[in-house]
Write a protein that binds this ligand. Sequence first.
Ligand SMILES: O=C(O)CCC(=O)C(=O)O
Ligand SMILES: [Fe+2]
Length: 336
Amino acid sequence: MNIQINSLATDFNSIPIIDISPLVEKFDDANIHRDAGVCEVVTQLDKACREAGLFYLKGHGIPDSVLKEARDVIHEFFHMPLEEKIKIKLSMTTGCRGYQEVEENFTKGLPDVQEAIDFYKEFAYGMYGDMGKLLEGPNLWPSNPQNFEEVLKQYIDHCTVLSRKIMRGIALALGGSVDEFEGHIASNPFWVMRLIGYPMVSKQNGHAHTQSIGCGAHTDYGLLTLLNQDESISALEVMNKSGEWISVPPIHGTSICIIGDMLKILSNGLYEAALHRVINVSQQYRVSAVYFYEPNYDATIEPLDICVQKTGGIKKLGPAIYGEHLVSKVRNTFRF
Ligand SMILES: O=C(O)CCC(=O)C(=O)O
Ligand SMILES: [Fe+2]
């Protein structure tokens, strides 16, 4: 597989904001192609995916109360004593599911100044053979706070429904049929949920040597990511074509959508997998809920014919088996 960070189509200095409410309302409508509101959303999605690979979503339909409740229980969990948190500690024997302490997670060989809990969609033992072994196992849900599991499961369901709608818009934007991604590519979409807590970074707490990097520069692995970040702290950044880091501050009521490696391959490089990082130099503890919407675990991902035609007739990227791509990334993330 060959994933390269190509230069973006046109440079950007601010992040697009797309009101996707027409798509959210009409995603299942037989006449979706003819709807003027949806067509406008599709045009904006196409531009944002080509240029920035990361954008804000307005009108996404997830209630503010659901977004806030998710962040609140995540804050509550991370504020508990370490003895409580390590009751759900991640290891090789938990299917890489569970809690990791600060600096147990690595990006490109450097420790991240973050603590986190990882959840993966559950699947039957043996279902994906050797390719699935590393991630087999039930999710580890904390018993404290008591409503944690219920709140987060509800949030995951919202994200799965919304992601399918966005992928329908992206299918149209690429010139495909509305259900282009619902056959062998993502009829049974895998998902990953990563809940992250970023301590304030200062010399006093001993993290100065890692240059304050909460999450090192990376692209996401799958189709698209939905990010729910704390409302008062600006810490996320995305790189533009000129190599400048552009700040992605929170905007009330919006979600952030980030294009991942698999969508880049499917689009034959038309769409960009955004390079992004997190630096929390604020005086506050920051949390985020990061939901990754992925292809079928065992899907072979290669450029769609419609995208190959638009890009000179040659497949420039892939093929990749999604599950293999994920497992190779997870292996590089931990030092067991
Ligand atoms: O916490 C954030 O804002 C982003 C985290 C992220 O990019 C990731 O976990 O892939
Ligand atoms: Fe990311």
